[in-house]
Design a protein around this ligand. Structure first.
Ligand code: LLP
Length: 386
């Protein structure tokens, strides 16, 4: 449990405070995404010069303006459903098919055949598909998602490797699978793995790359190694984030050993988490014994991460940003659910109904995971910057 509220670098939302207050006045509850911050994150990502191509995992944020800005940065889009593919293709400037990836999991076979017919590079993560439907994949260029054996990440729900995870193809099945693909003219041009989300150990992706390189022994036509996403972020400006220099050095080392292989990466959170904030007005406050509560217009229907993963997001009273945080309160939403908590025991100033509360770093997996539980509409999404 954190009880401090440290801010050492002035975040964009503090600089835009009066504008955000005005937006909240009209549109609360709302997510606001700052496209300039998004471009800054893209620049940091591109400092990984060892990586040949980036694809944004759009499950993290699917707002058309966000996707458009990301494409402008020369970053492609990784999709996981026909809905996400359709969103990409209906953008004002739709991406070239080479800028799209499709990485479904336990999806109906029709989704794979449709994406392949659309010319979208598709990742297969179950040998059964290739054994059961060889005709669908004949003469198609596909990527195989392998399971490196153990996952990592900020919560057990976001670890995506190992026997207890439903994702990926176990290494032991590769020799037979390679024979099958050759016999049925299934063209494996890439190997992929994604081990989890919110990872801050820079060695993770080099390990994945070396693991995938073992697959080159079976699949002779592989040109691409995709080491997935999962790049963690600084939750607080005071935290130490991922060491990008060390990450780039470790991947450059891999590239030197495999100069003919293109290295791909597909981050979601890293690009968009910092660029989004959730704004909501205070509805009521309450004191029950020693426990204080600050109730907001929206809760887990807009942001489920704290309820689902115990995720920590910085929460401030934007109306009274300079007031001393003398109180501690649980920040809750209006849903009929005890788990409808956005923050536990947070230091807050004396707060009144009508104040605007800001929940930071909510540009990733905020709006995309929202629901209409209790038939309450989640926060709408607004854009600034650019
Ligand atoms: N590639 C694949 C195949 C993935 O499954 C994911 C995320 C990513 C890339 C991007 O991961 P990122 O860079 O965003 O960590 N809802 C959770 C995160 C779930 C991630 C699922 N897969 C959260 O809010 O923390």
């Amino acid at each position: 449990r954190r009880t401090d509220n440290p801010v050492t670098v002035i975040p964009w939302w503090q600089q835009q405070r009066s504008r955000l207050l005005a937006m909240a006045d009209l549109h609360s509850p709302c997510y606001v995404y700052d496209l300039n911050t998004l471009a800054e994150q893209a620049d940091i990502l591109k400092s990984l010069t060892a990586v040949d191509r980036f694809f944004f995992a759009m499950k993290a944020n699917a707002h058309p303006a966000v996707l458009g800005k990301i494409l402008q940065q020369g970053i492609g889009l990784e999709t996981v459903s026909p809905g996400e593919i359709d969103r990409c293709l209906s953008l004002e400037s739709p991406p070239d098919r080479r800028n799209l990836l499709f990485t479904p999991n336990f999806a109906p076979i029709e989704e794979y055949s449709r994406a392949l017919e659309q010319g979208i590079a598709t990742t297969i993560d179950n040998p059964a598909l290739l054994y059961d439907y060889p005709a669908v994949f004949k003469n198609r260029r596909i990527i195989l998602r392998l399971d490196p054996g153990h996952g990592s990440g900020h919560h057990r729900y976001v670890r995506t490797a190992g026997e207890q995870s439903k994702f990926g193809i176990p290494e032991s099945t590769l020799p037979n699978l390679a024979d099958w693909c050759e016999q049925h003219e299934i063209l494996v041009f890439g190997l992929h793995a994604h081990t989890g989300s919110g990872i801050l150990d820079h060695r993770n992706w080099q390990r994945i790359a070396h693991f995938l390189a073992r697959g080159l022994a079976y699949f002779k036509d592989v040109e691409v190694i995709n080491v997935g996403g999962g790049l963690g972020i600084k939750e607080n400006p005071g935290d130490s984030g991922l060491d990008f220099k060390a990450l780039n050095a470790s991947l450059s080392d891999f590239k030197q050993q495999h100069p003919n292989i293109a290295l791909w990466m597909e981050p979601g959170r890293f690009l968009v988490a910092h660029c989004g904030v959730l704004l909501a007005k205070v509805t009521q406050t309450k004191l029950k014994g020693k426990q204080g509560y600050i109730g907001l217009e929206t809760g887990m229907n807009s942001l489920i991460r704290p309820a689902l993963y115990g995720a920590w997001h910085n929460i401030v009273n934007l109306t009274r940003l300079d007031a001393p945080c003398d109180f501690s309160a649980n920040i809750v939403g209006p849903m009929c659910e005890s788990g409808d908590i956005l923050g536990i025991d947070r230091p807050m100033p004396a707060t009144r109904a009508g104040d605007v509360v800001l929940i930071a770093n909510t540009g990733a997996y905020g709006a995309t995971m929202a629901s209409r539980y209790n038939l309450r509409d989640p926060a709408q999404e607004l854009i600034i910057g650019d």
